[in-house]
Design a protein around this ligand. Structure first.
Ligand code: PEP
Ligand code: MN
Length: 360
């Protein structure tokens, strides 16, 4: 992709002075539900009203969206509240219907981004549109696949582009519904600094009480906006009930978020600092994760040694690890003294773990 500076034009032209906010229910359910939520979101910082019309559901037999009738409700939202509208499209028929009903922003969902065939079909159907098109990250943490989808749209002469970071699937259970893998989003920003990037804390967390923290991290990492699922009765929503917030909560979240203002030099300093600190927090978290995993492997070694009645400490193996890590540390600018101290501590903890297994 060349001329990426222009990718930001649609966002800069909005002259918002605050991050872009896209909000509204996971799914359009009824005309009353849509209008009720839209009326509570008008006259706030929300610029785009979202509602899923066709819902990709993991298992069949669940609510799969109201279909094209919901597009009429979105038209009513625009006419009555002045908010622009946004929905997900997953094939050519969706695109044609959404364009016919003048939806302002279309996004490609995480389950579609993984399929180059479907992305190409959508890109062909959208060819040359002046609507905004945002690409959610694929469900798997693959930056090329994500960028590949953006490239297909760019090649289809779509000028108003951006991406939505909604986290990634894991088999392992974590506190997130979809782990953020912030580093991947940071890598994308580094490669395409002008490509607008919106965070979707709703699908990352899966839980409404974690939405503020994830939103703050995203803003500290210079994300351009947020997409937050909002429903007047979240617990009774027809999809994604646990993660939706009420309009009142959304307004409070927007108020509480520390938002950087780019003009003030003092604020610029703070915003840089917050950005770096957010990166440090993520890396520290990864360190703890990795150390925890290492100790689990140690436990496995302990079990194995126990079954063969082998001693915990094999000093030749340990010296070999230390030597290798000192050399590797050097290439990363880490002093020998630091690597030694750190690995002694890690080794001691490993021994403790194995001892525990042997004595059990
Ligand atoms: C959604 O935004 O409601 C949705 C289905 O998102 P995702 O594609 O991120 O799962
Ligand atoms: Mn949803």
């Amino acid at each position: 992709m060349e001329n990426t500076k222009e990718l930001r034009n649609w966002l800069n032209d909005m002259n918002l002075g605050h991050p872009l906010v896209i909000a509204g229910p996971c799914s359009a359910e009824t005309e009353e539900q849509v209008m009720h939520i839209a009326n509570e979101l008008k006259d706030t910082d929300v610029s785009y009203f979202r509602a899923g019309i066709w819902k990709p559901r993991t298992r069949p037999g669940m609510f799969e969206g109201v279909g094209a009738i919901g597009l009429k409700w979105l038209q009513k939202v625009k006419a009555e509240t002045g908010m622009k509208t946004a929905t997900e499209v997953a094939n050519r028929a969706h695109v044609e219907l959404a364009l016919e009903h003048d939806v302002d922003l279309l996004w490609i969902g995480a389950r579609s981004t993984v399929s180059p065939f479907i992305v190409q079909e959508i890109a062909d159907a959208l060819e040359g549109t002046d609507k905004i098109v945002l690409v959610k990250n694929p469900v798997n943490p693959d930056l090329s696949l994500w960028l590949g989808a953006v490239e297909r749209l760019h090649t289809a002469n779509i000028q108003k582009l951006g991406v939505i970071h909604r986290g990634f699937s894991t088999y392992e259970k974590t506190k997130y519904r979809n782990i953020p893998e912030w580093q991947l989003a940071i890598d994308l920003q580094t490669r395409f600094p002008d490509l607008p990037i919106i965070n979707d804390p709703s699908h990352i967390t899966g839980k409404r009480d974690m939405i503020f923290d994830v939103s703050q991290t995203a803003l500290d990492l210079n994300f351009d906006g947020l997409m937050i699922e909002t429903h007047f009765d979240p617990d009774n929503a027809w999809s994604d009930a646990a993660q939706q917030v009420t309009p009142a909560t959304l307004i409070q979240i927007m108020k509480d978020l520390r938002i950087r203002k780019e003009s003030d030099p003092e604020t610029e300093y703070n915003s840089k600092l917050n950005n770096l600190r957010a990166q440090i927090d993520i890396l520290d978290h990864q360190l703890i994760e990795t150390l925890g995993k290492r100790m689990k492997v140690s436990d496995g070694i302990g079990t194995l040694k126990k079954s063969r009645n082998v001693a915990v400490l094999q000093s030749s193996r340990w010296n070999e690890i230390l030597g290798k890590m000192i050399l590797e540390g050097e290439t990363k600018g880490l002093s020998e003294e630091f690597v030694l101290r750190m690995f002694k501590a890690i080794h001691q903890e490993s021994i403790n773990h194995q001892e525990k297994v042997l004595k059990a």
